[in-house]
Write a new protein. Structure first.
Length: 630
């Protein structure tokens, strides 16, 4: 079996696509891990901003902040349930905004989502490695290397297809959910058993000094906006509806409901336990840094087998949460490419019925982000969530316009009061996420959000340039007229020939079939080297005269400075210039070796000449490869 079949699975026929559809159980890890695992870093991201308040005062504010985020989450949840029902073929922000708000809004959503998915993958992997280094501090110096290794594994697994990916991720996902639910359940029980004052099972870090006496509005907004990272990934299900088996919309809605319900429990439970045990997040630069989850599990269970099981599941789930981006980013880039705003290569499906080039692009950009920020989660969080909330806002505003334009028959759920209710739900969602977008942007702007704010218009500009290129190409290539057979004339054939051998013989034979006007060009650059002149009469002209064929012209060009490509290019362009009504066919004899490494043993002048002809040539110069297979 081929290595690629072992790594990526055997190729799938187009007819096998139905077999790749997934159910609810696989849909949770594929489209929900990003959202679910945000419970591991969302509350901590908010609490990190409250460190100046000290442990006692800081932990008292985390539950109200998380509660506000959960209210927003519920609003977005109901909004996206309606989006799934209205767009059962996949209604991501780009599709909804483009169809209902126009091209400009669609491109803003597209740029925001692409940035968000890249950061989703980077933050997920980084947070997973942070969980690992919290449990095994000796690995901290190798953070970036571990991040890149996990990224490579994720990319490989995703190349096997949606179904195989879902099957591989089900166990780690439910292990993560199970251990955190046990942590919350046991922690809540111990808190009530201790009348609200539970005693940690192990020593906690020293008391954090209080440097700020009260919680100001700016600090509150920063904490809220950092905690909003917990909401990223909620849109993933609406983007990936087409991955589900029938009935698609129903299964997608159930999957989204389960994901959001579990996320609510995990986020609120984590924040409540942190307040109950008086555990504050630690500064990421602290040499003894541990994640908030690590501290919570240590407090509730100590550092026994359950601690390492939980932290192992957190590591796996966080690292695999990047899979949400791998599941949706290729679908998003395909949708954009279908409208000519991204290269058409993103439309192509690979050997496993995947949009493989989207996976390649996501892997490359994620690796770049991880390298730039050293794989540190805290450095990535300020860039995070802006793209997601901007996409949320445009999607919900688009849905308001969708229901406004919907004209159902009397009694239809999309008419009358039903339609107004749908508009109200999505309108509240648009308003809430719009305000949150402004809050997140304002509070995180100086901390790094300006990068995202700058990248979005840059991406939009690039997409416009791609669109302009495709529009120009379509205009030039369009031809509504019938085949034109007037003025047909044989081309002038030019054959570069260094020596007489079996490859150049093949090229000359083909040239004689094409035209009666052939120019064999030999570049003479070194004294004493073999020339075509020596064999011209015997090997070429003799057989041609014997058959009574038109004689080719031998053109020998002296190269004073031993250059080959330059004199050839000058001659070909000169021929084209002197014959303005004729095609010039350049036949390039080329040896094809059996093994890739054998190319290193031969010069690549043919490839260079081909490149220069394509770059400097025009419509009347035709390049033809004449291969000789060893």
């Amino acid at each position: 079996m081929a290595i690629q079949d072992v790594l990526f699975g055997k190729p799938l026929a187009t007819s096998e696509e139905r077999g790749e559809h997934i159910g609810i159980a696989a849909g949770i890890p594929i489209f929900g891990l990003d959202a679910l695992t945000s419970a591991a870093y969302g509350p901590e991201a908010a609490m990190t901003l409250l460190i100046p308040l000290g442990a006692a005062l800081g932990t008292s504010y985390i539950v109200p902040i998380i509660s506000a985020i959960l209210i927003l989450l519920v609003i977005v949840f109901f909004s996206y349930r309606q989006t799934i029902a209205a767009y059962p073929s996949g209604g991501g922000s780009y599709t909804v905004a483009s169809e209902n708000l126009g091209e400009g809004a669609g491109l803003v959503a597209a740029a925001a989502l692409m940035i968000d998915y890249i950061l989703t993958a980077a933050v997920g992997i980084s947070a997973g490695v942070t969980a690992l280094t919290s449990a095994v501090p000796a690995l901290a110096p190798h953070t970036l290397l571990l991040c890149l290794l996990i990224l490579a594994i994720l990319a490989t697994v995703n190349m096997r297809g949606v179904k195989d990916t879902g099957a591989a991720f089900i166990l780690p996902t439910f292990l993560f959910i199970g251990t955190l639910l046990i942590l919350i359940g046991v922690g809540v029980f111990k808190t009530f058993a201790a009348h609200g004052h539970p005693v940690p099972m192990a020593a906690m870090p020293g008391e954090i000094p209080q440097t700020v006496k009260t919680l100001g509005w700016i600090m509150l907004l920063k904490a809220f906006s950092s905690g909003c990272a917990a909401m990223t990934g909620v849109e993933a299900v609406s983007n990936g509806v087409m991955a589900f088996g029938e009935p698609r919309a129903k299964k997608a809605q159930i999957t989204l409901t389960i994901i959001v319900m579990i996320l609510i429990v995990l986020l609120y439970g984590t924040a409540w336990l942190a307040r109950s045990y008086g555990i504050m997040a630690m500064e990421p630069e602290d040499p003894h840094y541990q994640s908030l989850l690590s501290l919570l599990v240590t407090a509730v269970f100590g550092r026994g087998w359950f601690y390492y099981t939980t932290m192992g599941s957190v590591l796996l789930a966080l690292a695999l949460s990047a899979n949400t981006a791998f599941a949706d980013f290729p679908r998003l880039t395909r949708a954009i490419a279908l409208h000519d705003y991204l290269p058409h290569v993103f439309i192509l499906r690979g050997r496993r019925l995947l949009f493989s080039h989207g996976i390649y692009a996501l892997t490359g950009f994620t690796a770049l982000i991880l390298i730039i920020f050293d794989g540190v989660t805290d450095k990535l969080i300020p860039l995070y969530a802006i793209g997601a909330f901007l996409a949320f806002t445009l999607s919900q505003a688009g849905m308001v316009m969708h229901w406004h334009k919907e004209k159902g028959e009397p009694g239809h759920p999309h008419s009358g009061a039903g339609r107004l209710w749908h508009m109200f739900v999505n309108g509240v969602g648009a308003l809430a996420t719009g305000i949150t977008t402004l809050v997140v942007l304002a509070s995180k702007f100086m901390a790094g959000a300006w990068v995202t704010a700058l990248l979005i218009p840059t991406l939009i500009l690039l997409m416009h340039l791609v669109k302009r290129h495709y529009t120009r190409v379509a205009g030039e290539m369009s031809d509504r007229s019938p085949l034109n057979l007037n003025g047909l004339e044989q081309p002038i054939v030019v054959i570069p020939m260094a020596r007489w051998d079996r490859i150049t013989e093949k090229a000359l034979r083909f040239g004689i079939l094409l035209s009666q006007e052939i120019k064999v060009v030999h570049i003479h650059s070194e004294e004493g080297e073999e020339t075509i002149d020596e064999v011209w009469e015997e090997m070429i002209m003799g057989p041609i005269r014997e058959k009574g064929m038109a004689a080719p012209e031998l053109v020998t060009i002296q190269s004073t400075y031993r250059m080959i490509i330059g004199p050839l290019m000058d001659y070909i362009l000169d021929v084209e210039k002197k014959h303005p009504g004729r095609k010039v066919a350049v036949l390039l004899p080329e040896m094809v070796v059996r093994h890739w490494w054998e190319n290193l043993l031969h010069n690549q002048r043919v490839q260079l000449l081909k490149l220069f002809l394509l770059v400097r040539g025009n419509q009347r110069i035709v390049v033809v490869n004449i291969p000789w297979y060893l």
